[in-house]
Design a protein around this ligand. Structure first.
Ligand SMILES: Cc1cc2nc3c(=O)[nH]c(=O)nc-3n(C[C@H](O)[C@H](O)[C@H](O)COP(=O)(O)OP(=O)(O)OC[C@H]3O[C@@H](n4cnc5c(N)ncnc54)[C@H](O)[C@@H]3O)c2cc1C
Length: 589
């Protein structure tokens, strides 16, 4: 086979979960031929991951589907307070203002991104991604099982089975993306290893319908933790009620020990558990489905092998705590897709693809550690809620928590500290938005030095134009007078040269270079007026300086000052682009 051969598709993606569907949507948007296979006949059939953080929402915004996501999501304000209560109907113990909705954090969140957080279960998210991807040209092959692949210098031959009739056939693609989840066969076949511990704990989930409006609508939350001796369990030590369709469809969750086999999912046992968790002894429910999921703590140090690239749960496996699941998958996809597109189109050399592992593997490792730590961080809360020496630890612990004496005072002070620790799970804007890309696709800042974190980097976003960070959000004003974000004037599959009215030399340089993938954004000019002077406040460079922003919104290069001449600007800019993109070869190589 050689590079001029007729490929069936440019990129074949295995899996249509958050990783695969986002990859397909982005590639189709960028005009790259992409085919997705999924062994099932449609998208996720249970709610699964749901927290959609601001960075993932920014990905959706760039790909033009944020409005669809907002339409189908539980709105940000209803994500609300996370409750710790004896049951949904029973006495409440503690609340934490979460997901940035609290008075003390909401400003940080509003300042950090044009996108609100959303609660959008995967079975609603995936159809949005898939439908839009298909509308933009992605090909989806359902009931199609990936069997294996062989790669050579020019492409990948992927073996598939049509599960409708058992027929096996091969598809030839330039690149293969393994988005096949936590049991990834693509990873195995590519010889890529995942390190860590799998199934170290387990959780039982029951999706059910019951109208619990009267217990929830006045204190909206998507997570109600239930502290009770009767149905508590495992590492987190509490049962969970998660609002899926406020307030009529829910998930009841409880930990179980996987070494003791599967949990009891008989209708009687489920009703018993749900009645304990809700605290409504005569509640009737309609059971929709049951599932179990395992607590994994594992990640891959390397995400790619030759022409095969893996992402999502295939490369990082962790529990839902911190709500980083589908968010991280979607961001893997967003990082990878433009790079594949640029190489396929001949804008970049294949070496650009090496930056995918370098930029995303550290994030995967961090997310796995954070999510697992967030589970362990329930221990101090449980200590406040329990007295292990008593026959009924929860009853005794809660009695002490209400005690007017010194023991009660101490316990309540400990509760305040324990709640504060949970900000690292529930108000961790820094974990969500502070990633820094370090690779050859980002040119180090000549003047920046080491980054100094001004506040706790897990809790607080540090907006910066340092290369490797995402472009800071600042509100500008569009031609029609509507507010538009700095994020709205970059991205959409292109590199952006961002400068100010004083940066004319850079504008001329970009025009002279006339690269098909490079647009010029002059902040201050009509369409991007800095009427609030908000960009001035965050840009960290002179008005005449310049940034190169990648299609994924990451700053790739910055120049603090203006260029002396347009010619000098042109040389500097051309050199920067060549360094970032590597040595381009013929389209599709
Ligand atoms: C029951 C359940 C509940 C969960 N609950 C939560 C939660 O509450 N919160 C949270 O954050 N996360 C949760 N998760 C995890 C979350 O769903 C994942 O982080 C996320 O789905 C990973 O996305 P992905 O695209 O990498 O993989 P997946 O969503 O797992 O998608 C994998 C895709 O690959 C396809 N596939 C796999 N093998 C093959 C093959 N051989 N041939 C063809 N297709 C194949 C699958 O059909 C699927 O389309 C849950 C997961 C499960 C299974």
């Amino acid at each position: 086979m050689h590079s001029s051969e007729n490929f069936h598709t440019d990129v074949l993606v295995v899996g249509s979960g958050p990783m695969g569907a986002t990859t397909a949507l982005a590639l189709a948007t960028y005009g790259v031929r992409v085919q997705v296979v999924n062994r099932y006949n449609w998208t996720a059939n249970t709610p699964r991951a749901h927290i959609t953080n601001q960075r993932a929402a920014e990905v959706l915004r760039d790909l033009g589907v944020e409005a669809d996501a907002r339409r189908d999501a539980t709105p940000w304000e209803w994500m609300g307070d996370t409750l710790f209560t004896t049951s949904l109907a029973g006495p409440e113990i503690a609340r934490l203002r979460t997901w940035g909705t609290g008075d003390e954090r909401i400003g940080d969140y509003l300042q950090g991104s044009p996108c609100p957080m959303l609660d959008l279960p995967q079975n609603k998210m995936e159809p949005i991604l898939v439908q839009q991807a298909a509308a933009r040209g992605a090909v989806f092959s359902w009931n199609t099982q990936y069997l294996g692949h062989v790669q050579d210098a020019h492409g990948v031959t992927v073996s598939l089975r049509d599960l409708n009739d058992g027929r096996e056939y091969a598809v030839r693609a330039r690149y293969l993306v393994g988005a096949d989840g936590a049991r990834s066969k693509v990873m195995d076949d590519a010889g890529l290893a995942v390190e860590g511990q799998l199934a170290r704990a387990a959780t039982a989930y029951v999706l059910f319908k019951a109208d619990l409006t009267r217990y929830a609508a006045h204190r909206p939350s998507i997570l109600y933790w239930i502290v009770t001796s009767n149905a508590a369990f495992g590492e987190i030590g509490m049962g969970l009620l998660r609002a899926i369709e406020p307030w009529k469809q829910w998930i009841a969750g409880w930990g179980f020990d996987p070494s003791q086999g599967e949990p009891d999912f008989s209708p009687e046992e489920i009703l018993h558990k749900v009645r304990i968790l809700t605290g409504v002894p005569d509640l009737e429910i309609e059971i929709d489905s049951t599932s179990v999921w395992y607590v994994n703590q594992a990640h891959a140090p390397v995400y790619s092998q030759g022409r095969v690239f893996c992402g999502g749960d295939a490369v990082h496996r962790h529990p839902p705590s911190s709500g980083l699941g589908s968010n991280t998958c979607m961001q893997d996809a967003f990082n990878l897709a433009w790079k594949l597109a640029f190489v396929v189109k001949g804008y970049a050399g294949a070496s650009l693809l090496d930056s995918y592992t370098l930029e995303r593997a550290p994030v995967g490792a961090q997310v796995v550690a954070r999510a697992n730590q967030s589970r362990l961080d329930y221990a101090p809360l449980n200590q406040c809620f329990r007295d292990k020496s008593a026959p009924d630890p929860v009853a005794a612990g809660l009695a002490q928590l209400a005690d007017p004496g010194p023991a009660g005072v101490q316990r309540r002070a400990a509760l305040a500290d324990a709640l504060k620790l949970k900000n690292y799970e529930f108000n961790a804007q820094g974990v969500e938005l502070n990633q820094r890309c370090v690779s050859a696709a980002v040119l180090p800042d000549a003047e920046g030095g080491e980054e100094v974190w001004r506040r706790d980097p897990q809790l607080y976003l540090q907006a910066t134009t340092r290369p490797g960070a995402k472009l800071p959000h600042a509100w500008l004003v569009a031609r029609d007078g509507h507010r538009t974000s700095t994020l709205d004037v970059v991205g959409r599959g292109q590199f952006s040269l961002v400068t100010g009215l004083a940066g004319q030399a850079w504008v001329q340089a970009a025009e002279a270079l006339a690269r098909p993938f490079l647009r010029t954004v002059v902040i201050g000019a009509p369409g991007a007026q800095d009427v609030y002077c908000a960009w001035q406040a965050v840009r960290e460079i002179d008005e005449a300086g310049a940034l190169l922003v990648r299609p994924d919104g990451v700053v790739a290069w910055r120049q603090h000052q203006g260029a002396a001449t347009a010619l000098q600007a042109q040389q500097t800019l051309a050199q920067a682009l060549d360094q970032i993109l590597g040595q381009a070869t013929a389209p599709g190589a």
